[in-house]
Design a protein around this ligand. Structure first.
Ligand code: ARG
Length: 467
């Protein structure tokens, strides 16, 4: 929102530098309506719950409560319809709504603020907003996991190179690689759920900081707003922003996971790898190079961690050192959280679309799976199992064979039996069984291993968990 600075009297000391007088500058600094208007639905829900409770407790007449309820409903539809005039001179969403309520229903509007303060009001609104965003994130994560599960199921036995240090390590299955991300995003969803359970307490009724002398029913407002219980300490209730910090922390970890997957997609989509083809829907062309198809969506998701983690650091920095209870510093809690939540929701949706649309290039994966002596560990394991060598010695013998193949410019499987027996006489033709990538992945049946049989079990487990 643009800041409507009006010309006012300039301050003699420093006014030459400013187009506006001190009052307008103060207003621009102080107002939060430019961003906290996003809390309007939560603010109105909180006010309706508060008014109903006041009436039930005989603090407010039923007719006043009804007028307030109807007025608030009108305001909500005005806001949703875009016809509401947000005023910077009314500072924030709470006072904008209340002023409009006064214009609509007159005197009863002034009774709504009995036994509450903007301090518990904003804490309540913001919790409700963050709680909704947690639900959005959990749903977005489930959708992404389903897209990954589809990929994993289709390619449960497709071989590809597994990497450590981005160097070919051992063959793995495409399904196994996809399922690694299913695990990561499953933990992310768990973190969001944990945060939700902890934050789901109502600050409403804590009033400014000390509670109130009115006979309010905090259990009732908590229940009406879907909270599990009221916050037990009024000072803590108005000064706590842990819920936002936990949301941002969980969002940061999730954004980091998204960034890692995005980076793999960028690498895999390159001409050098060709592991995947990304759909046109999530790619762009170049204005100068006609052959280009750029993985822009993946690159942007890779970058979003910057603003999400930035928001996390920003809010920690705002909150550190604040004395109890409310301080205006805390108004700086919202914009960053809004931005981070938007970025996360968009990233999850874009990643879900990209994963659902991408085509794994099975042949390219297979060709790469066998390169780089990826079955060297299988050879060493064979020497342990079949020739009785201690693993360290088997490692050494295999290393010598890798060096020989490297000199010859061939794969391990292309060495002759004579060449192999020169490295160790116990080697027989039977070793060739383990030098193939399919046998290699099929043999890794330990729990959590890459064998297709294990991958399919994990797919089934997650399918059942996600319904
Ligand atoms: N706009 C304020 C905020 O976002 C609302 C609370 C104001 N409370 C006060 N005591 N000034 O934090």
């Amino acid at each position: 929102m643009g800041i409507p600075l009006v010309m006012a009297d300039r301050n003699d000391m420093w006014g030459g530098r400013f187009a506006a007088g001190p009052d307008a500058i103060m207003e621009a600094t102080n107002a939060s309506i430019g961003f906290d208007r996003r809390l309007a639905p939560q603010d109105i829900a909180g006010s309706k719950a508060h008014a109903a409770m006041l009436a039930a407790q005989d603090i407010l007449s039923d007719s006043d409560a009804a007028a307030i309820r109807e007025g608030l409903d009108t305001i909500l539809s005005e806001i949703e319809g875009g016809g509401f005039e947000f005023r910077i001179d009314l500072e924030d969403i709470h006072m904008n709504v209340e002023a409009r309520l006064k214009a609509l229903i007159g005197e009863p509007a002034g009774r709504l603020h009995t036994a509450r303060s903007r301090n518990d009001q904003v804490a309540t609104d913001f919790r409700l907003w963050v709680r909704d965003q947690i639900d959005v994130a959990v749903e977005g994560l489930a959708a992404l996991q389903r897209a990954l599960l589809d990929q994993a199921e289709a390619g449960a036995d497709w071989v590809m190179p597994g990497f450590t240090h981005l160097q070919t390590a051992q063959p793995v299955t495409w399904g196994h690689h996809m399922m690694a991300y299913v695990e990561m995003f499953g933990r992310d969803a768990g973190r969001f759920r944990d945060a939700r359970a902890r934050m789901n307490e109502s600050p409403l009724g804590a009033a400014a900081l000390a509670g109130t002398s009115f006979p309010i029913d905090r259990e009732a407002t908590a229940q009406a707003l879907g909270f599990d219980r009221p916050c037990a300490n009024s000072l803590d209730a108005v000064s706590d922003r842990d819920f936002a910090l936990e949301f941002l922390s969980a969002a940061s970890i999730c954004a980091m996971h998204l960034s890692r997957l995005a980076e793999e997609l960028v690498i895999w989509a390159s001409a050098q790898f060709r592991f995947v083809t990304l759909s046109d829907r999530f790619s762009t062309g170049s204005s100068i190079m006609p052959q280009k198809k750029n993985p822009d969506a993946a690159e942007l998701i890779r970058a979003k961690i910057g603003r999400i983690l930035g928001a996390t650091v920003a809010l920690f920095t705002v909150m550190k050192g604040l004395p109890l209870a409310y301080s205006k510093d805390m108004q700086e809690d919202k914009e960053q959280v809004f931005d981070a939540a938007d970025a996360l929701a968009l990233s999850l949706a874009a990643m879900t679309g990209m994963v659902a649309d991408m085509a794994a290039n099975r042949d390219a994966l297979r060709a790469a799976a066998g390169s780089g002596f990826s079955t060297a560990t299988d050879l060493a394991d064979w020497l342990v199992r079949e020739a009785g060598l201690p693993f360290r010695e088997a490692h050494h013998v295999t290393g010598a064979l890798v060096a020989k193949a490297e000199v010859k410019g061939c794969d391990l499987a292309d060495l002759t039996l004579d060449e192999m027996q020169a490295a160790h006489p116990g080697i027989t033709e039977g070793v060739r069984d383990v030098l193939g990538v399919d046998n290699s992945v099929a043999s890794r049946t330990s729990y959590g291993g890459t064998a297709p049989v294990r991958v399919r079990e994990q797919v089934a487990r997650w399918r059942a968990a996600l319904v």
